[in-house]
Design a protein around this ligand. Structure first.
Ligand code: BDP
Length: 323
């Protein structure tokens, strides 16, 4: 039995067991492997909550509890108590959060932090709470760039004809279409094999995920387009959250915020380490001189989005007003 099947068996067993009477246990979903900043931060969260309350937190790493879109639904309907989610696959379920998946919506990671840690973050938190999720803290996911096995992308024309995997959200399909590529939404766990067998030519992600998944081994051109900056959350199921007494809620909230501080610090380090690692392994990382050329082609994505969601124009403006 390899490590992954051992994890999967443990996860299946944990889900099959009834909760032990009196001792409350929360189960949480995480897609990332051991050592990843998010994983380390979630372990810290579990430990801090356990040390300061009667609540026990178990986090299942490595995506063993299923794909991200499924896990979001499981947390919403209370089958799992929490998850560490990217806002990308959240959009089809909670439309307001789609604003965070608009290409180039943030001018940089600092802009994203300022917006999410302030009043703008509350707009998304309110929308999510109405849909069964309580986001307690925002994690970093850096910026995402394209990578592929064919050629460096220097200008939009280089995307022409490339088959690229995107996260599960039509906005990303539209984004790639505007650049002349063909996008396929696909679960994160299937991307490596699809790259290897040539089902797709490439994908897009940040350095840590490009590295931790081994995608760099099978798609060696990474081109810094920085087209998406999408925050992530620790999201609790509303039912699980409401079932806690106030004192425990305070412990959980503080632990979530502390874990986000840890995650952001580790994230900044891991971005550099991952870039160095993939370059040492032979990946060709290239700067893109004219990112504005990519940004300008996104105008139809914004127009389509705003005409389908006129009430969200104000949210876009609220983000743009954060300086
Ligand atoms: C990573 C995110 C993770 C996503 C993954 C993806 O942290 O939540 O599932 O990208 O591309 O950067 O699916």
């Amino acid at each position: 039995m390899n490590l992954k099947t051992t994890f999967a068996a443990a996860a299946a067993l944990a889900l099959a067991l009834p909760a032990i009477a009196g001792a409350e246990t929360w189960r949480g979903w995480n897609i990332h492997p051991e050592g990843y900043p998010n994983t380390v931060a979630l372990d810290q969260f579990a430990e801090e909550v356990g040390a300061n309350s009667d609540l026990t937190i178990q986090v299942f790493h490595g995506g063993v509890l299923g794909s991200q879109p499924d896990a979001i639904e499981q947390v919403r309907n209370g089958a799992l108590e929490f998850g560490q989610f990217n806002m990308g696959p959240m959009g089809p379920i909670i439309p307001t959060t789609n604003v965070l998946s608009l290409p180039f919506i943030f001018s940089g990671v600092d802009h994203m932090h300022k917006a999410m840690d302030g009043d703008v973050g509350q707009i998304f938190a309110d929308a999510m709470e109405k849909e069964g999720l309580v986001p307690l803290a925002w994690y970093d996911s850096g910026s995402r760039s394209f990578y592929n096995s064919k050629r460096p992308i220097m200008a939009p024309a280089d995307v022409q004809g490339l088959k690229l995997r995107v996260m599960n959200n039509d906005l990303f399909v539209d984004m790639v279409a505007q650049l002349g590529g063909n996008a396929t939404p696909m679960a994160f766990g299937e991307v490596y094999q699809s790259l290897k067998t040539g089902v797709i030519d490439g994908a897009e992600n940040n350095y840590p995920s490009y590295e931790s998944t081994g995608h760099f081994e099978v798609a060696g051109f990474y081109s810094i387009t920085d087209h998406l900056i999408i925050p992530e959350c620790i999201c609790i199921s509303t039912d699980a959250w409401n079932a806690l007494d106030e004192a425990t809620q305070a412990v959980v909230k503080t632990a979530a915020r502390n874990s986000a501080d840890t995650q952001r610090k580790l994230w900044a380090e891991r971005e550099k380490e991952s870039r160095a690692k993939v370059e040492a392994a032979g990946s060709k990382v290239n700067e893109v001189e004219n990112k504005v050329a990519f940004q300008e082609l996104m105008a139809p994505v914004y127009e389509g989005f705003v005409s389908a969601n006129p009430d969200l124009a104000a949210v876009i403006e609220a983000i743009q007003a954060v300086k």
